[in-house]
Design a protein around this ligand. Sequence first.
Ligand SMILES: NC(=O)c1ccc[n+]([C@@H]2O[C@H](COP(=O)([O-])OP(=O)(O)OC[C@H]3O[C@@H](n4cnc5c(N)ncnc54)[C@H](OP(=O)(O)O)[C@@H]3O)[C@@H](O)[C@H]2O)c1
Length: 326
Amino acid sequence: MLAAFVTRTDADDPISALQVGERPAPDVPEGWARVRLKAAGLNHHDLWSLRGVGLPDERLPMILGCDGAGLDDDGNEVIVHAVISGDPVGLIPTGDETLDPRRSLLSEVHQGTLADEVIVPKANLVPKPAGLSWEEAACLPTAWLTAYRMLFTQGQVRPGQTILVQGAGGGVATALIALGRAAGVRVWVTSRDEGKRTRAVQLGADRAFESGARLPERVDAVMETVGAATWSHSVKSLKPGGAIVICGATSGAAPKNAELNRIFFLQLRVLGSTMGTREELGRLANFLLTSGVRPQIDTVLPLERAREGFEKLASGDVVGKVVFTR
Ligand SMILES: NC(=O)c1ccc[n+]([C@@H]2O[C@H](COP(=O)([O-])OP(=O)(O)OC[C@H]3O[C@@H](n4cnc5c(N)ncnc54)[C@H](OP(=O)(O)O)[C@@H]3O)[C@@H](O)[C@H]2O)c1
């Protein structure tokens, strides 16, 4: 089958490590299900994998891709939940698989979704609502699920509050804007790029500011994916008692100034967030149906042209998701 995969990682030149070609079709173990993919979303995670982050040599070759939607062997339209429990066939004891210390994301231990077929535990299949296209459904399992959990589970953001989303163009950031807006939250964003600021407002942001700009007032919560480059601004932008919810650090994990004094003096909260549960993925799909919100898709390409999609994401020149189709 056709797949986008990696056989040797490259920390400096990740795209050079990408291969698009034939891989053996998977066997289906007891308790697992095969999904014939119709669409698969690309994430920054796939670029990290090409660099070898979270993907040691002994797990190679590995098919990339966390996000996918397609047909199971019974012909059901399904979304693939990407968080694989450490005990994938059994029940998840905590009820929250994101807290399972042995959990992995598709393409970290088990082969990923940038392929004709993927196998996952049966419990990881979520019904795809008919009202969502394949491409839209394939955006949900990573970036959109992460945004949903950041806002509503970890951030406990309420209608009428104001949030700041750093780095307006990313997949998670565009999801945060759209979901926050649909939930009655006032969404402010920052971006280094004027075009992305304009697009963010078109997507539903109330106002867009240059990265690092002083805001008209402090916000209830900051949604952080950029990391080192925006951390200090995030801390300074919060009301006393406010929360930074952080799911990623694209620009680096070690900010020059961690602003520890402000964090304790203003009693700020720093909340980590990673992916979401299968239950949250189901709720997210329903929320899209009831709200009419749809994922912002930057580019759709056939999987054969995966390299172009990776290059686009790596260049940072995207607003919304890159999706591959079969
Ligand atoms: N924990 C999880 O479960 C989870 C899930 C999904 C993603 N993530 C992580 O979250 C991060 C965001 O991923 P993504 O795919 O949504 O987007 P992304 O492609 O990493 O881009 C996010 C935004 O970061 C900003 N940015 C990048 N480098 C910057 C720099 N040096 N200075 C200032 N801003 C910079 C850009 O904003 P502007 O150009 O608009 O300024 C860009 O739009 C990644 O690190 C990813 O690994 C984590």
